[in-house]
Design a protein around this ligand. Structure first.
Ligand code: FAD
Length: 310
């Protein structure tokens, strides 16, 4: 399905959605309500994360398998190298291929001892994410996506070192990078310039985290070193006890971010849904990404007039 947004100048907008594997039956119900709500938007793929240290191995697998069996969505399974031998990882990977999964998001993962510790690879494991990409491509013809860090990975001593890692992943066969979330679009574009200057040509798809819980987002940004602009804090100021207004502000802030990206040429987005559909659905609607019928109507209306995007 090709959806065009008035703001994108008629260029098609593509989206993908990220979910995490549920821990409880209640969380499972929430996840499946969200998948059911978002599925008609025909995302390019939906990805399911892998818990730190492989802690969600079975749950990730079960969620991905259910997506294969019960939907027409294209699933992408996240996979890390942490605390597993190559043999163990390869077995998981073959299981995915046999289940019909054709897309893996290949990651090194966080240090087994936790963020902040030095990363020590498993003695018989894949040493780096680039190693893992090579391994995946050896097993089968998977589509492979990898991570990218507009503010560089906290362990990288410099942007050059960080870009070397991205280049190695692409040389090993990755065809798409998905970014860590960011709140200041200028950082994304500065990074993109560096990526292209380094000769890396794969799409670098912005990972968008719609902020509905500001405190949670601030904690996340402190942990990951993601820059949190003061204007963003200002938007949520005084609303700690007002979830309804917060939600409206969240939609406005996320819309502001994606519209600015579209205005500056971005046509593909990866949404960190946190297993909730409403905010992401609304933002997609604003982007012109709609269920086929409604989309045709909405886009038709938007497409009239000057015949060119405003
Ligand atoms: P890489 O990009 O491979 O490398 C990160 C850093 O490690 C490098 O910048 C460098 O400093 C160092 N490094 C790597 N290789 C070398 C080398 N050969 N020599 C020297 N230094 C090296 N985590 C999960 O546990 N599960 C998930 O499902 C998950 N999904 C994610 C999805 C996205 C889109 C993103 C952006 C991150 C995700 N993460 C996930 C987090 C990720 O696992 C952590 O950020 C982790 O610390 C790095 O893994 P990576 O594959 O991004 O690392």
């Amino acid at each position: 399905v090709e959806r065009r947004s008035r703001r994108s100048g008629g260029r098609p907008i593509a989206v993908s959605f990220e979910f995490f594997p549920p821990k409880t039956p209640e969380m499972e119900a929430t996840l499946w309500n969200s998948i059911t709500r978002l599925a008609p938007l025909a995302p390019k793929f939906v990805s399911v994360t892998y818990g730190a240290g492989g802690s969600t191995r079975e749950r990730t697998h079960a969620t991905v398998e259910r997506i294969v069996k019960e939907t027409r969505l294209a699933p992408a399974a996240h996979l890390t190298c942490v605390a597993a031998s190559k043999g163990e990882v390869d077995e998981v990977v073959r299981g995915y291929w046999d289940a019909g999964v054709r897309h893996i998001v290949a990651l090194r993962g966080d240090p087994p001892g936790g963020v902040g510790q030095a990363y020590v690879p498993h003695a018989e494991g894949y040493k780096t994410s680039a190693d893992l990409v090579t391994g995946l491509r050896r097993i089968a013809n998977f589509e492979v996506s990898v991570s990218a860090y507009p503010e560089k990975h906290p362990e990288s001593p410099s942007f050059d070192a960080d870009l070397d890692i991205l280049a190695a992943k692409v040389d090993a066969g990755a065809t798409r990078a998905i970014t860590q979330c960011f709140f200041d679009n200028d950082l994304y574009f500065r990074y993109l310039d560096k990526v292209r200057a380094r000769g890396i040509e794969v799409p670098v798809v912005p990972g968008i985290l719609p902020v509905s819980n500001f405190k949670q987002a601030r904690n996340f940004s402190e942990k990951t070193g993601t820059y949190m602009p003061s204007w963003l804090a200002g938007r949520f100021e005084g609303l700690d006890d007002d979830p309804e207004t917060r939600k409206l502000i969240a939609a406005a802030v996320a819309a502001e971010q994606v519209f600015d990206l579209v205005d500056r040429g971005v046509t593909e987005f990866h949404f960190y849904t946190l297993n909730r559909a409403d905010l992401v659905y609304a933002i997609c609607h604003l982007l012109g990404v709609r269920p086929p019928q409604a989309g045709a109507e909405g886009q038709g209306k938007e497409g009239h007039g000057k015949g060119q995007a405003a």
